[in-house]
Design a protein around this ligand. Structure first.
Ligand code: M6P
Ligand code: ZN
Length: 200
């Protein structure tokens, strides 16, 4: 049954490039550079130092499936997070809540990473995102994805057409944990402040 108000859409098939993150066909592409999210990183001086060199690295980019952003549809988007760090903190997405609390799932396609998730009452969870892993984000959990490897982290995300992105709460207080490059590998550290309150 068609959902009232939704635009008519015909069945179609899209093709995923598991290594590149390409999506064919796609409705749009997006690119997120460091200058657009420098405040997300714990080490603000390290972010400023990178930008001061005149470099503005692409932290992540992706492709949107050709689906309307309307109730009843499922949006799907690939994301490619480049390898890298700001100070010792790994490259990551801005992270968001959905405007309308609703679930999402991620399929790992290439590379290795960690998904940080935090509920509205401050409960924290982390899941490993690797090829073939399907990570479920329940309604009401903010989510951020971190590339902990040395190659691009590529994944597919599927979410409701009317989920919406709410970045404000994450920008205000961040997540309670950050993922850093440690001597023996990735390390999860308590952030100075987070959605769940002060920690550390
Ligand atoms: C995934 C999905 C998208 C999201 C993207 C980048 O593909 O969760 O909805 O936009 O990651 O994350 P962010 O919007 O937090 O920068
Ligand atoms: Zn989401």
């Amino acid at each position: 049954m068609p959902v009232p108000g939704s635009s008519p859409a015909k069945p179609f098939t899209a093709e995923l490039g598991f290594a590149s993150g390409s999506l064919t066909p796609h409705r749009a592409t997006f690119v997120r550079r460091l200058s657009e999210m420098a405040g997300a990183y714990g080490d603000a001086a390290a972010a400023r130092a990178i930008l001061a060199t005149g470099d503005d690295p692409v932290v992540y980019a992706g492709y949107d499936g050709d689906v309307p952003e309307e109730p009843g549809h499922l949006l799907f988007r690939t994301t490619i997070i480049n390898p890298g760090t700001v100070g010792s903190e790994f490259f990551m997405t801005r992270g968001h809540h959905h405007v309308r609390d609703s679930a999402e799932f991620y399929l790992g396609m290439s590379g290795e990473g960690t998904m940080l998730m935090e509920s509205r009452d401050g409960e924290f969870a982390a899941e490993t995102l690797v090829p073939s892993a399907v990570v479920y984000v329940p309604p009401g959990w903010a989510h951020r994805t971190v590339n902990t490897g040395g190659t691009p982290l590529v994944f597919l995300a599927v979410y409701y057409g009317d989920a919406g992105h709410d970045y404000a709460s994450v920008e205000r207080s961040g997540f309670s944990r950050r993922v850093h490059r440690g001597e023996a590998g990735p390390e999860m550290r308590l952030a100075a402040s987070g959605l769940g309150g002060a920690a550390g």
